[in-house]
Structure formats: C-alpha cells, structure tokens
Design a protein. Structure first.
Length: 236
C-alpha cells in the first residue's frame, strides 16, 4: 500500500498508558519504523528499550517529564529529564505546573520550564511544553505559550491525554497565533482519524501526538485527496 509519508512525519506515535507492556512498546516501535513516524513517545521507564529498538532508524525517541500532572518539583523534572536523556531520549514533552499557572505564579512556571529546556538543550534534545489546555482559560493558555517561548522551548503542546479533554482546533489556532510562525505547536489528545489530524494541521499544528497512528496512516492509503495534508504548515 502507498501511505502518505508526509503525514507520518507529523506524528509522535504514542503509548503512555500505565499498563503498557514491553511487547506492546516494541510493537509500537516496529510500527513507527514501518511507517516512518516522527517519534515514539513513551513513559521514561521504556526509553532505553525504545532507543534500542529504533537504533539506526530516523524515528526519534520521545518521553515525558512531570507527567501527567506537572506538579512535581522542578528538581524532580530536571532529574527525570537527565535520566531519560542518558537513556537515549531526544525529545522531552514536559508538563508545566498547571496549578502554579492558574494561581498566577508566572515566574515559578517560567523557571520550571527553563530548567528543563536548559538541561535538554545541553544534550541536544528538544522540549515540548504541555499546557493541559482543558484546565486553562484562553488568557491562561496565552500566558503559558508566552512563558514557554520565553524559556526557549521548541514546541507548545495542548494536552497529556489524561485530563478531561484533549486538543481542539480553537486551542491550536490560539496557540499558533500566540507563538507565531516559527515555534512548533503539537496537538495531542483525542486525535483518532485522518480528518482529526487534517483539522489540527489546518489550524497550525506542526506535530500531532496519537495512539491511533496506524489507523490514520491506513486512511492515507485509501483517501482520495487532491491536496496535501501538510499544505500551509508553518516551518519549525
């Protein structure tokens, strides 16, 4: 079958469920290599396994920090990040301190992000900051994006997938408008179809987190499309 590889390069193939087994993680890695996804995103315990499974492929190793609540200390997030980097992680999706943001403790939130960004960048890894948009007002989402950009993060990301809802087109549009054309925006949570992905990309997403990635790719093989799903995607 002929799959649309440009779609695959948008996707972080994700398995973050707490009951994921070694064999399930290995299967996700094999799928990622087969389709050419951007990365495989797993919990930190699995990073060394994923790095081994993906060795020699262009698929990157992605993990999470402060996941899923974002309420651990900055020192804990940095320690978790450094351990993951030592195990082979190349991308860090960190959860910002949602409660501190909602409470107006913006300096603390910015410092939290910056500490993880600096640790990651020293080791050549990129950082995506998870805002958990379902818990924030639009004004708080804007502040979260601004703090992430000021701290040097590479992406802002909507959701963990473990809160009350995930990505929305409106949130992606707002995030893109706030960070401008050059910063990455990742849509995550509830993206299950090619149509979902196309909507997020159309709103400004440059990366999509999904566990239904294989289903999405299979849809690209049968969809009769005259336009590219990546048309108009901002450069990152």
């Amino acid at each position: 079958m002929n799959f649309d590889r440009t779609v695959a390069l948008l996707i972080d193939h994700t398995i973050l469920k707490p009951d994921a087994t070694r064999e399930e993680v290995k299967s996700v890695c094999a799928e990622a290599v087969r389709f050419g996804f951007a990365s495989v995103c797993v919990n930190p315990f699995w990073v060394s396994l994923v790095a081994s499974e993906l060795k020699g492929s262009p698929v990157r190793v992605c993990t999470v920090s402060g996941f899923p609540l974002g309420a651990t200390s900055t020192a804990a997030k940095v320690s978790e990040t450094l351990a993951a980097l030592a195990d082979g992680a190349q991308e860090i999706d960190m959860v910002l301190n949602v409660g501190a943001l909602r409470g107006g403790e913006f300096e603390a939130v910015g410092a939290d992000i910056r500490a993880v960004v600096e640790a990651s960048h020293r080791h050549g890894a990129i950082v995506k900051v998870i805002l958990e948009t379902a818990l924030l007002t639009d004004a708080q989402k804007v502040v979260a994006c601004q703090l992430s950009a000021s701290a040097g993060a590479d992406f802002v990301k909507t959701s963990t997938g473990f809160s009350k809802s995930g990505a929305t087109v409106d949130d992606i549009s707002l995030m893109r408008k706030t960070v401008g054309p050059s910063m990455g925006v990742k849509a995550s949570g509830g993206i299950r179809t090619l149509e979902d992905l196309r909507a997020m990309v159309g709103a400004g997403a440059t990366r999509v987190g999904a566990s239904a990635s294989v289903k999405i790719m299979e849809s690209t093989a049968v969809a009769n499309r005259t336009d590219s799903v990546t048309a108009g995607v901002p450069a990152t």
